[in-house]
Design a protein around this ligand. Sequence first.
Ligand SMILES: *Cc1c(COP(=O)(O)O)cnc(C)c1O
Length: 371
Amino acid sequence: MTVKPHPTLIPQPGILDIAAYVGGESAIPGANRVIKLSSNENPLGPSPRATEAMTGALGKLAAYPDGGHAALRRAIGEVQGLDPARILCGNGSDECLALIAQAYAGPGDEVIHTEHGFGLYKINAQMVGATPVQVGETDLTTDVDKILAACNERTRIVFIANPNNPTGTLVGRAELARLAENLPPRALLVIDGAYAEFVRGADFDAGIGLVESRENVVVTRTYSKIHGLAALRIGWMYGPDHVIDALNRFRPPFNLNALALAAGEAAMRDVDYVERCSVLNEVWRDWLSRRLTEAGAPCTMSHANFLLADFGTRERAEAADAFLKARGLIVRRTASYGLPERLRISIGDEEGCRAVAASVAEFMTREGASA
Ligand SMILES: *Cc1c(COP(=O)(O)O)cnc(C)c1O
């Protein structure tokens, strides 16, 4: 839909340059049973304790929720070993990212994101009238030297996801520290840890220690991925007190509803459930990665709950996507991330992984036969 701009009622600079975020597809016209592997959701859903807590909160919906999120911040603090005073909760981590952009960047400022970084970083920069600066990666991995080379006195925010979406790759501990250490004085490093809980046995630092030891790092996290609560919209961030104080001055006072607060607290405390989901994800990620690679669609080394599979050309990736759709399997095209020859496939449950492995193998065999 193309809408003609109004002659006098004109949005702020940058707004009409934004190409709206498009999420993973969730339905196939005409199909009544689909397996959705397009949005990196938890195929097992939330902890039963979260569902139970939410049900318990249903009787109290007439009252405003706690705008200070005290119980939820206490639970996050206890489980993660953090100071609750420096935790801020958002309506999804998307809201945390937006609040950071609103507070720290504006017209004339630059906001850095990486070549294949999460699409919302650029939108957040444009939303506040700042200039988004895209920095190249190396081997589909965040490159600290390239980011530092792109920094200048106008740089206000550097957004990176670690592990990154849609590549699944990560920056190791020492590199992350080097990035934080060498940023210009006016730049804030935002480490988006949406997939941090899925990393196992790698040289990985979620960035919490950097928040503690420095003044220029914040970490964002979400309940939408491993906690299986994407529909409730719960995110949080951990940062230095001066950042948390700034954002708390203008964030919407009741940005988390009572059901989200109740479920979020219970889900955070169910550490066994989170661990089980992370273990299972690793098992099926390794299995599916091997199968796709054997079939001729090699995957990057993913540390998250999805794989980025390489089909060689845009045409073949599109054909594979259509082939999977016809079998009720929805995956994510990555052309908008500058990766038209690939598809991002979320790690489903056993049934989902087996279905997608079989369909990709069948597709590649047919391709080979017709080539
Ligand atoms: C999914 C995702 C998020 C989560 O956003 P929510 O608003 O918490 O649902 C954040 N960052 C990245 C990189 C993601 O892939």
